[in-house]
Write a protein of this length. Structure first.
Length: 225
């Protein structure tokens, strides 16, 4: 991208780049036939022009499957780790320790100290249950509540009806109670076709209300071998 300043609003002729990188190592284990746990260990790096920042974090989650209509309860905490700080040569300054005295050294090399900023810590708890357990019909209800450290608490709600494992109808609401959220109502449908050789073709469509950005439609194709 072009480097722009107040004096050179059309660009200085320089270019800058930015990047975000996250590498994770995951481990999961079934502690019992109903209780499982998983952990992500993450390395995080951000870079913009001459400045960069690195951090480390963990995601920890657990899932418990009850014997009541397939009721499943889950909890997780994401981005539990170190704070990050942008550092680099753009913080370099020449400092004058005694500007009130003539002849003082006004070229003492120094660096400005940038503020630390926390990772977006998120605690989430949710549950799902099959409200209509049968061979031909399934009605799955899923709800989760989230508590982020950089916004208000919110709730996601979803409902999926599946007929004979062929046709699926979906409805949901995203980010309820979030301040200034543009996301909300969602809906969708999907179907499956059996092809030759045991291959299954999945076709899915979704619609999402995006407030001021109008709406978003998504189409997807999937193959199961």
């Amino acid at each position: 991208m072009d480097v722009r300043t107040i004096q050179f609003q059309e660009g200085t002729g320089e270019k800058f780049s930015y990047s975000d990188l996250s590498l994770a190592l995951s481990y999961a284990k079934n502690l019992t036939n109903r209780l499982s746990i998983g952990v992500n260990a993450k390395y995080i790096s951000q870079r913009i022009w001459h400045m960069s920042s690195t951090g480390y974090a963990f995601d920890i989650g657990t899932l418990f499957r009850t014997q009541f209509n397939g009721l499943t309860i889950g909890m997780s905490i994401s981005n539990f780790g170190t704070a990050m700080r942008l550092e680099g040569k753009d913080t370099f300054v020449n400092y004058d320790e005694a500007p009130q005295f003539g002849g003082s050294n006004d070229r003492i090399p120094a660096s400005k100290q940038t503020d630390e900023f926390p990772l977006p810590l998120l605690f989430r708890v949710g549950l799902s249950m099959d409200l209509l357990p049968s061979d031909a019909n399934q009605l799955l209800l899923a709800i989760d509540a989230a508590h982020p450290n950089d916004n208000t608490e919110y709730i996601n709600l979803g409902l999926e009806y599946v007929f004979n494992d062929i046709l699926a109808l979906r409805w949901g609401y995203k980010n309820a109670f979030t301040l200034d959220s543009e996301e909300g109502f969602t809906a969708g449908a999907g179907t499956k076709f059996k092809l030759v050789g045991g291959v299954v073709l999945s076709i899915d469509y979704s619609y999402q209300d995006f407030g001021l950005l109008n709406y978003v439609q998504r189409f997807s194709l999937g193959f199961d071998f």
